[in-house]
Design a protein around this ligand. Sequence first.
Ligand code: ACM
Length: 381
Amino acid sequence: MAGLHSRDSEPWRVGVLFSRSGCTAVIEETQLRATLLALAEINDSGGINDREIVPVIYDPMSDPATFACHAKRLMVEDSITAIFGCYTSSSRKAVIPVVERLNGLLWYPTPYEGFEFSPNVIYTGPAPNQNSVALCRFLMERYGRRFYLIGSDYVYPRESNRIMRELVRNNGGEVCGETYLSLRAQHRDFVPVLGELKRLRPDVIFSTVVGDSTSSLYQSYIDAGLEPKVMPIGSLTTTEAEVRAMGADAAEGHVTAASYFQSVCTEQNSFFVARYKKRYGEDEPTNMCAEAAYFQVHIFAKALAQTDSLDTDTLRPVVLGTEFDAPQGKVCVNETYAHTDLWTRIGRVDSRGGFEIIEESCAQVNADPYLIGSGRALACS
Ligand code: ACM
């Protein structure tokens, strides 16, 4: 490996668990790529304390039980303590008992429903106060107060919709319908839902549909002849990767709240996008989940350079409070919650499948996973 000074020292070994197959592989593949890009950057500039970082990678196939199995394999058979991985909250919840029992550290780079703390997890994706609160306010101000909630049927959508329902009601709005479909739902499964939407005519569709079925939702919406200018889909998980999978035509005009879009204007983002495309292809967009997967490896490396140890009890206290100039802007792992202070942005899909950023916070928003300080009233966001 170019740039490493000492070749007789053992490499640092870390685990990587992102799915390359199954219903969330499209987005998880980008998290895997961004993780490997960050590791390559670190190794190319000398590794950490003259030691290369070597990933041990397994494919959990979008299946929570397989995530748990591979996490155990990484920790028990491969003697690894640090694991980068998980997209769905079900997979994170399957891995947490393993890392808690064996004292590992899971680095989790995905938006999630909040209301969780584990001493064995570093959360680098947004909690609801960093995306849902701003999205709710934006949709209410621009489109109206009648929301319809649609989600995939597992913990993240059900919990995110519970929070959205509370935000909407506390601010004088109304939830006129709520429905859940299997993570493996196909186009035909969405047809009756779109029928109901045409009948109820909400102002906004708040979607927590994730994975492959995201395309089916947006495509059925077009087939139903609905109009994003009048009744947009507002999402927390539809990124450039899902838009690329469904085609820009299906997503144009719909809205997502995220900490990062490829279109973010920072010097660090120009470097990140250029390196990502150089490695994976000009047509491969970056996205919020890939960006979090990327910067969390750099935060890990910064802490490891100080501790010179992968022992969780040694590493974790140094990670807490660590700042990093990420592509989205400066971020910091919050000492209270081990969640990350992140930027909040609202983007609208443009005709080329990118996001036009319509609103952004003027600084990082402190992570508040229990919605204590942020409250449930939009005025406090
Ligand atoms: C998710 O399940 N946290 C996207």
